[in-house]
Design a protein around this ligand. Sequence first.
Ligand SMILES: CC(C)(COP(=O)(O)OP(=O)(O)OC[C@H]1O[C@@H](n2cnc3c(N)ncnc32)[C@H](O)[C@@H]1OP(=O)(O)O)[C@@H](O)C(=O)NCCC(=O)NCCS
Length: 231
Amino acid sequence: MSPRVRLSELDTLGGVETEALVGRPPNGPLSAPGPTTPIGYRGTPLQRFCVRVLNYVTNYIVAHVPSFTLRHLWYRRVLGIGLGRDAGVYMGAYVWFFGPGQIRRDGVWIGRNTRINRNCTLDARSGLTIGDNVSISPEVMILAGSHNVNDKRFVQVPGPIAIEDHVWIGARATILPGVTLGRGSVIAAGSVVTKDVPPLTIVAGVPARPVGTRDPGGAQYTLDEPLPLFE
Ligand SMILES: CC(C)(COP(=O)(O)OP(=O)(O)OC[C@H]1O[C@@H](n2cnc3c(N)ncnc32)[C@H](O)[C@@H]1OP(=O)(O)O)[C@@H](O)C(=O)NCCC(=O)NCCS
């Protein structure tokens, strides 16, 4: 995936999402930089109300509109998510956010030809970078925030996530905050990933542990099949 291509694509979206690319050297591995201070809803009661309404419309109405074009338009223009060419976010996605301003600040990027299958949770609370040709199976949970269990106020803490090119995440896997999934790695169905996964490594189980490696030649495809109707 070329950051240069992405930057030019993002410029057409108003340029605000370029922060999503900060910290990623050209042709280098994704990094998951992001805020280290507690996260949460901020603003006046009116602003918080508006964010809740936006949340409802995004996740309970727009996410169920049977058109990739309309959903993607909303994700790009209203939320400020960067979506690469021919990426597809299927129906039923739950985007977890504190408001479009926070998404733009911390950065959310979904790369070219990447497929996010039905009913996935995309946590955009502290930064989420997904590379090109990534395949995310149904009902995967990507969690980019947690709580400090020893804090008196139980504050929420950020944990930005980076998923590099050609990663495959099996159905119902959970990716915990702060994790980077290396290029071409495979996450078995139902796994819970608690630590970074090296490139081309297959992990499985709870917590996920290496169970194999992937042939480097197997992680060079382009996910360019047309997006299906009504999904
Ligand atoms: C990751 C996956 C591709 C691994 O397949 P594989 O390379 O053929 O691996 P194997 O079946 O040889 O399993 C290797 C080991 O990992 C274990 N394992 C495989 N998948 C596992 C899973 N989901 N959870 C826990 N352990 C798993 C196996 O039990 C085996 O352990 P053992 O050596 O102790 O017997 C496959 O198990 C998987 O999860 N596919 C995802 C399916 C899916 O989500 N489909 C929807 C989208 S199309």
